[in-house]
Design a protein around this ligand. Structure first.
Ligand SMILES: Nc1ncnc2c1ncn2[C@@H]1O[C@H](COP(=O)(O)OP(=O)(O)OP(=O)(O)O)[C@@H](O)[C@H]1O
Ligand SMILES: [Mg+2]
Length: 297
């Protein structure tokens, strides 16, 4: 997995306005202090799929996300970690404008998908959310059959030229989500009749059926047992050949197993971003170190 990213990174360091990087792994072994809230590490990549610059989110007067600049590379899995309430889900929702649905929520800054500002007035959120799909913590199949759960998106987005084509998209998506063999004989059963792990894979099949560029996953395995979790993690590994995946997780073991880079959030600040192995073995920031060693959170 890391080989793909080695090609794309090229030693870019944190690029921020008003949040200059204090250090990079190459420059120093010293630890940034707890008081220092500037982002350290590798926050940018060459040719990003998503580029966020100075993103702020407010819920009314509450400043939930503070001046965050972060890129998502093509074909990478980037994990967002940090204590509860630090802003991981809020940041994730910025990436497909799901915060638009929350009253009193204001987002500022620039978020580009393939160079296009997604907050531009001309952007229609429906096709945007097809390009940047989302899988939630709790699987949320539509109250429809397994088949219809997957067919719905391609149909409304006009991705299939006829019925046969639609069937092929459904079958391929279910195969790629690792669910096909288990459900191929009961496609007309309700999606809600599946187990939790199967429902989560159904939601992933639904997300990939519309051919997204990015998949956002907010704690997708938190309700699953270790076997179902392993199935989803293997799936993520395969899907990142085609997509970029941004995953929020409370499991540092999961972040270590699946992600190429990890971003550590703390009270609305993006504290550190780096290659996952380096973050977990040799963090630059004291707050990251405290979190991964269990001293905070
Ligand atoms: N709809 C909302 N209205 C007001 N404040 C909110 C809303 N959603 C989140 N917040 C606040 O924004 C901050 C960040 O919340 P967020 O849900 O993004 O954290 P998180 O890191 O995802 O936490 P967790 O790990 O518990 O899911 C928190 O202080 C939270 O109380
Ligand atoms: Mg959350």
């Amino acid at each position: 997995m890391s080989i793909v990213l080695e090609k794309q990174w090229n030693g870019d360091n944190a690029r921020t306005k008003g949040k200059e990087p204090v250090s990079t792994p190459e420059q120093t072994n010293s630890i940034a202090s707890c008081e220092d809230r500037r982002t350290v590490g590798i926050a940018t990549v060459n040719n990003p799929r998503i580029r966020c610059v100075d993103v702020n989110v407010y819920y009314g007067n509450k400043h939930a996300i503070k001046n965050i600049s972060l890129d998502v590379a093509h074909n990478e899995i980037i994990a967002m970690i940090g204590p509860s309430g630090c802003g991981k889900s809020t940041f994730l929702r910025c990436l497909n404008r799901m915060n638009d649905t929350i009253d009193n929520c204001t987002v500022t800054g620039k978020i580009e998908l393939d160079g296009q500002n997604i907050n531009d007035k001309s952007i229609d959120v429906v096709p945007l959310r097809a390009r940047v799909g989302m899988v939630f913590q709790k699987p949320n199949p539509f109250p429809k059959s397994i088949y219809e759960n997957v067919a719905f998106g391609p149909r409304i987005h006009g991705l299939a030229k006829d019925k046969t084509d639609l069937e092929e998209i459904v079958v391929t998506s279910l195969q790629r989500a690792g669910l096909w063999r288990e459900i191929k004989d009961c496609l007309n059963q309700p999606g809600t009749s599946l187990s939790g792990g199967q429902q989560q894979r159904l939601c992933i099949a639904r997300a990939i059926a519309i051919n997204p560029e990015v998949i956002l996953m907010d704690e997708p395995c938190s309700a699953l047992d270790p076997i179902a979790t392993a199935v989803i993690e293997n799936l993520m590994n395969e899907l990142c050949c085609d997509y970029s995946i941004v995953i929020v997780t409370h499991s540092m073991q999961q972040a270590a197993r699946v992600s190429h880079r990890t971003a550590y959030f703390h009270l609305g600040d993006l504290i550190e971003v780096g290659k996952t192995e380096q973050m977990f073995t040799n963090p630059i920031h004291q707050l990251t170190s405290d979190y991964i060693t269990g001293r905070i959170g």
